[in-house]
Design a binder for this molecule. Structure first.
Ligand SMILES: [Mg+2]
Length: 344
């Protein structure tokens, strides 16, 4: 499907999942210039997710050979580039960011993971543009849209997501980061909740495992671990010790130690691998999200998921000011961010 041919409400080919001008009051509070505080990491992760998504939107669906040179990747692409979603203003997050904010709002207001509440919020996004900038929905994955229709038809959120092997797009991985930012339970409980939030749209164990591993990885970054990926892999191996189905998915399909490079596609395993690679090879928020977009294909989602990791790692101050200045929808995210920060 040609990106320039996509209009409002258009459907992705594969659930490819295949400001205001002021900074957040949360992001601007820092007491130690040298160390990155947890508060800064939380703000960095959430804003990094949204900036990565918005930065990647114009490049969505482009093969890597058509992506502009790395240094030219900005919120506004070079004039010669045929951007996707041409009617969408620069700095607008897409379904990725909106779903992540739906999850965060649900967690903050329910004070627990309430699948039916989260499902209602996804429906509100789809129907009324809840958590979408300006209330405009311009992108939805096939698998997610199918699940939302099942929710509308009254199917419980715990059963609304497809679970066949072909239903392994990255649509539940792209929105899960807030769970790790919000969660105070054990690693086992975090993994279990990561699985559960996935099944609302993506019920296959493979998508669940990717969400579980990603959440523990983010938690280790928030904790300041030197080797957060390795630590997270070791943790989920331990968590899955008594769960052969999940352990098999981790070792046979996700293969976290497999050096095969990610290709920026909408397949959940490839997405996680792509994010792992760009965060390992780059040393700043800017470089991580640009490297994610250079991979082409599902650029907004790869940059969104990588952006949360890089934002947590480098803090909100690591996100270029010029990108934060272009991010729309601060009136939506800032109140949620302040509530998340107060919670600690
Ligand atoms: Mg998107």
């Amino acid at each position: 499907m040609r990106p320039e041919g996509r209009a409002a409400g258009a459907i992705r080919p594969f659930d490819a999942r295949p400001r205001a001008t002021t900074r957040s009051p949360v992001a601007s509070r820092r007491t130690d210039v040298g160390a990155i505080t947890r508060e800064e990491r939380l703000a960095g992760a959430l804003l990094g997710l949204l900036v990565g998504d918005a930065l990647g939107v114009p490049y969505e669906f482009s093969p890597p050979g058509r992506i502009p040179s790395r240094d030219a990747i900005e919120m506004t692409p070079p004039p010669s580039f045929a951007r996707a979603h041409g009617r969408v203003p620069v700095g607008t997050w897409s379904d990725d960011g909106a779903h992540a904010l739906c999850l965060l709002a649900s967690l903050l207001e329910s004070d627990r993971l309430d699948l039916d509440d989260f499902g209602r919020r996804l429906v509100a996004w789809y129907r009324q543009g809840a958590m979408a900038v300006g209330g405009i929905v311009f992108d939805v994955g096939i698998q997610t849209e199918t699940a939302i229709h099942r929710l509308i038809d009254g199917v419980p959120a715990s059963q609304s997501g497809a679970s066949d092997e072909w239903a392994n797009g990255n649509g539940s991985l792209m929105r899960v980061a807030p769970l790790a930012l919000w969660h105070r339970g054990s690693d086992e409980e975090l993994v279990q909740d990561a699985h559960q939030q996935s099944v609302v749209t993506h019920g296959h164990p493979r998508a669940q495992v990717c969400c579980g591993l990603y959440c523990v990885w983010l938690r280790r970054i928030l904790e300041g671990h030197a080797e957060p990926w390795s630590e997270a892999v070791a943790t989920v191996r331990r968590v899955y010790d008594g769960s052969p189905q999940y352990r098999d998915e981790l070792e046979s399909e996700v293969r976290p130690d497999d050096p095969t490079l990610g290709e920026g596609t909408g397949y959940v395993v490839d997405t996680l691998r792509s994010v792992r690679d760009v965060t390992a090879s780059e040393a700043s928020y800017e470089d991580v999200v640009r490297a994610a977009i250079v991979l082409g294909n599902d650029t907004d989602t790869t940059a969104c998921i990588a952006g949360a990791v890089a934002g947590a790692r480098y803090g909100a101050r690591g996100i270029p000011e010029r990108w934060l200045a272009h991010l729309r929808g601060r009136e939506i995210v800032d109140p949620l961010l302040e509530r998340l920060a107060r919670r600690g």
